[in-house]
Write a protein of this length. Structure first.
Length: 177
């Protein structure tokens, strides 16, 4: 029987702990052949904190992990009896596997976002922002256009009483509070 992806529900905030505990339990019970991969879906996000660019990981699906495994009574019980696991998604006794394409898509997105982090904040036209870096640092402005594919925004900044468009990277502005 081939290994399939299953979604496992965990206590929120304990996803990494559950992954580590489950890996340890698999070794203890000698069930390595029944499990091939355990993934906590995360993405890298970039934010500016006090002028410093910080990259951090954010869980894409808080409270869930993906487990690629061969499902049988023993493997089901091993996962189900792991501390901080509340159960499988898609059926308590006979969980439905995640379609292969869906799991691969999630993992591919994770890999892409590890290479090119996404901004922690989402910007929209009309948002009030403060420029945090560059020659216009500490200027206030209003977003005129968002260019998500380039990771840039066009901000209307008031210079000498005139509204001037300036193109800036997402990481160089933050929403005004």
């Amino acid at each position: 029987m081939a290994h399939k992806w299953y979604i496992v529900h965990t206590y929120s905030g304990f996803e990494n702990k559950v992954k580590a505990t489950l890996e340890e339990r698999i070794k203890q019970h000698g069930m390595e052949e029944l499990f091939s991969e355990i993934v906590v879906p995360t993405e890298k996000v970039v934010e500016i904190v006090k002028g410093e660019k910080r990259t951090s990981n954010r869980k894409v699906y808080p409270g869930y992990i993906l487990v690629k495994m061969e499902l049988n009574d023993d493997s089901w019980h091993l996962v189900q009896d792991t501390p901080k696991v509340t159960g499988f998604v898609g059926g308590l006794q006979n969980p439905v596997p995640l379609p292969e394409g869906e799991a691969e898509k999630i993992i591919q997105q994770m890999e892409e976002r590890s290479l090119k982090p996404i901004p922690k904040y989402r910007f929209e036209k009309g948002d009030q922002v403060i420029v945090t870096e560059g020659p216009f640092a500490n200027f206030n402005g209003i977003i005129d256009e968002v260019k998500p594919d380039k990771g840039k925004v066009r901000v209307l900044v008031s210079i000498f009483g005139r509204s001037t468009p300036v193109e800036l990277e997402f990481g160089h502005v933050q929403k005004a509070s």
